[in-house]
Design a protein around this ligand. Sequence first.
Ligand code: C2O
Ligand code: CU
Length: 483
Amino acid sequence: RRPTRREFLGLAGLGALAVGGCGLLPGGESDPLPGIPRPGKTGHVEKYTFGAAPLDFDVAGQSFSTWGYNGDVPGPEVRVREGDTLRVRVENRLPEETTIHWHGLPVPDDMDGVPGLSQAPIRPGEDFVYEFVVPMSGTHMYHSHVGLQLDRGLYGPLIVEPKSEDLSYDREYTLILDDWLDGVSGRDPERALEDLRNAGGGMMAGGMGGMMGGGRIEYPLYLVNGRPPEDPKSLPVRRGERVRLRLMNPAAETIFRFAVDGHPLTVTHSDGLPVEPVEVDALTIGMGERYDVLLEANDPGVWQVAAAPEEKPGLARALLRYEEVGQSSPPPDHRPPNLAGRLLTYADLRAKGLDSFPGDGGPFTGPDRVHRLTLSGGMGAYEWRIDGQVYPGAEPLEVREGEWVRIELQNQSMMRHPMHLHGHSFQLLNGTGRGPFKDTALVQPHMGGLALDFHADNPGEWFFHCHNAYHMESGMARVISYE
Ligand code: C2O
Ligand code: CU
């Protein structure tokens, strides 16, 4: 029998474990999970302190009050190596309880940050220390998991460097896409949710339109790394360089379509895990999803790096700026033509560099259990359900340790839902037998379907929910519970 990750993490420190063999791991360390290699401990401890507090946030010359970590939105970059111990002291100086969720990392369940499920929330004025061995490399995020706090600005990037990687590039940038902030619209998110519930349809959260006092800023406002289109972040490059972009979408309710004017993109990772490289013009990034892409800087100029909300007007942007050219830049609302070019689909993605796959024989023996679930709800009553049930109060979905679990989703609603699983990566069944490993995936509307497999190797109680923060708060969540 293969050890579980928990046993593995407990044993790895002894350096005495030898099961199987995984070509990706240096030093003869073993792979406790079919498919996804887990690192051994490095012994290095990386420490951070996060003060969660109200702050003044400057957008295009105006100051708004909202909430964030260490005085900024997004919060500080966390950068560690896989196998390191990450220790984060959270000082809650908010007027409410809070937690942090390490989105994308299969941490032990008492470090997962779901209030009332994996931990008691951190009370105002109190501190809490998160500490765990970082189990996986990749581009991930962290954010508050209490109510709609994410939407106020309590999020940030979590980058885990691999022990080794066969990817070469000259520089990298992290681009964090967001929709409006409560301080920008002048309403707090709880009020926005109330409005949705009272409106009986027709009105999107944050989409009340109009201008801020003074008439200078329109909202909703779309941000890249906290900056509006009027004040874009510059990404300096030199001709001939290979540039890695780490893209993440912690927005509350906006699916973005991303493209860089004049430059095709090679997708190398989805939700932190490697995929066979695929070249596209544009990609869709749902809430909670991450992608890594490479671009070749071979066309000097100043180019729009655009994230366009799908199905809504507006644009978030940064600028790709070759060092040898002048300061002129495209207008804030310039939409690169390749936004409408070849778009990445899940069917294009194949997991890369892993030992074994469900369907290959090997350690995949399942599925041992299938949960077939519908997604439903609508703008009318503003209630969103998984298999007819609303969280809290919905029955847990049972699994047993060691099983391969298949979840089949059918979307009976008219909206797309980015479904996110805590504590595990899943493999999308995309018809290739080698679908990508991810932890968040968009389910298409109007009877769209999606199926995924995960290995139940991380005992605990885990959230499975829509990453539209307003849908999650309106019931679209279930607990996956190990019996
Ligand atoms: Cu990023 Cu339960 O979420
Ligand atoms: Cu949803």
